[in-house]
Ligand binder design. Structure first.
Ligand code: FES
Length: 104
């Protein structure tokens, strides 16, 4: 199911945007014109990721959990301790100037 989450212009600044889509708590990461969507939950102790920082891990862009520093790739892969499990990622589709997230 594809759900519209807003216009590209709303997410044009690099950063992390919180989304509530169909009872799902998600984050949209905007980075240099590209968009990525992840669940807003760290797999370590379930803290939200929305206030995390965008950094690099071995040259790979990542989001850092603000609670204890776990890092996840923009595809949701756990990159370092204390997280060992990946988190869910969702496909982002751009159609014209609109942004959609594919939930399933
Ligand atoms: S809850 Fe994210 S690192 Fe602990």
């Amino acid at each position: 199911m594809k759900v519209k989450v807003g216009k590209k212009l709303e997410f044009d600044k690099d950063g992390i945007y919180r989304l509530h889509v169909d009872n799902n708590d998600l984050i949209l990461i905007s980075k240099e014109g590209q968009f990525f969507c992840l669940e807003n939950r760290c797999s370590h102790e379930d803290f939200p990721l929305e206030d995390g920082d965008l950094e690099y891990h071995d040259g790979l862009p990542c989001i850092v959990c603000p609670a204890h520093g776990a890092k996840f790739s923009f595809e949701g892969k756990a990159l370092c301790l204390p997280a060992v499990e990946d988190i869910k990622s969702f496909e982002v589709l751009i159609e014209g100037d609109e942004v959609f997230v594919k939930l399933a």
